[in-house]
Design a protein around this ligand. Structure first.
Ligand code: URA
Length: 322
């Protein structure tokens, strides 16, 4: 076969692009410069400038939109006990305040959580729906997304699951991607994992209408498989735009895909969870994904500890009644 066919050239270009992304990632995360040629170094410089301009944009747009309705004051939350989340799992959806006996901490996390995927490609272009110097609205971003055909997930989806909740939420939850129920309804977290997430939100003293819920990918991966790097790369800019539009105080990253994508960090979720991080100036708490908690109920205790840290940040003092 002729190596100079357009396909092989394209493959070569893709490989070079992957290598460049990998070098950039290593350079940023490990603090080591692995750059070997001046051209790549110049590109890195440009990309840093682009990232800094996004940060400037976030800083400039921090003030609320005049037309936006203020977030309604939330009723003071009861202080749930340390075992609230665990108890919440046992309650029917809608029964917000749990009560249960303590469980011992879970043993070591299973191996599936420790396998680290390839680093997610960086996104350095203009954010979709974002006009430089202006805070975007979720409607603008949704319009920009349109009837998206940017990745192969579009072929199997029934509905795009854009996100739901308060567009001015102080607290945003980011999941992985829609499952079957979400795909059918076009709403995130409405299946079994969604029921658990709703209980977790309730146990924290919020409702789903107080917070905003989004996913790393907006179309269902076939058979609920993990989203692939190209799919994440295609969809991630929309998530970043959504976060720029909402400007929450806190993001809870549910599971490794949310945490690793937003933080550009391939550390396993078992090690990242429970440690405050920062995403574009916003506090981010990585924790376990509700679907994982459904399969590993002994880990719910740790997830609840993570969520309690978030509650503290909102002045909810969860530990006081423990
Ligand atoms: N799991 C996710 O990560 N997101 C959903 O919307 C539903 C299940």
């Amino acid at each position: 076969m002729n190596d100079d066919t357009p396909d092989s050239m394209q493959e070569l270009a893709d490989v070079l692009q992957d290598v460049r992304r990998h070098l950039l990632w290593q350079e940023e995360t490990a603090g080591r410069s692995l750059l070997v040629d001046a051209k790549v170094a110049a590109e890195l410089q440009q990309q840093r400038a682009a990232a800094s301009s996004v940060r400037t944009m976030i800083a400039r747009t921090k003030a609320p939109e005049p037309a936006a309705a203020p977030t309604p004051p939330r009723p003071p939350a009861e202080s749930p006990s340390r075992d609230t989340l665990h108890a919440a799992m046992k309650q029917p959806l809608g029964a917000a305040r749990p009560l249960a006996a303590a469980r011992p901490l879970a043993p070591e996390a299973p191996a599936m959580l420790l396998d680290v995927p390839q680093s997610t490609p960086r996104y350095n272009g203009a954010l979709p729906g974002v006009v430089e110097g202006e805070r975007p609205t979720l409607d603008q971003i949704r319009r920009e997304l349109g009837d998206c055909r940017r990745c192969k997930l579009c072929t199997g989806r029934k509905n795009i699951v854009f996100g739901s909740g308060n567009p001015r939420a102080d607290l945003v939850f980011v999941g992985e991607g829609p499952g079957e129920n979400e795909d059918l309804q076009g709403v995130p977290f409405v299946g079994a994992a969604g029921d658990l997430l709703t209980k977790m939100i309730g146990a924290m003293g919020f409702t789903r209408n107080d917070v905003y819920i989004a996913n790393v990918v907006k179309c269902r991966p076939p058979g609920n498989r993990n989203p692939e790097p190209d799919e994440i790369a295609a969809c991630e800019p929309f998530l970043r735009s959504q976060l720029l539009a909402i400007q929450p105080k806190v993001i809870v990253a549910l599971g490794k895909f949310a945490a690793q994508t937003l933080l550009r960090d391939t550390t396993p979720i078992t090690r990242m969870r429970g440690q405050w991080r920062e995403y574009e100036g916003i506090q981010l708490m990585p924790t376990f994904h509700p679907a994982y908690l459904l399969r590993n109920s002994a880990e719910k205790r740790k997830a609840w500890e993570d969520l309690q840290q978030v509650m503290k940040l909102f002045g909810k003092h969860p530990g006081s009644s423990a």
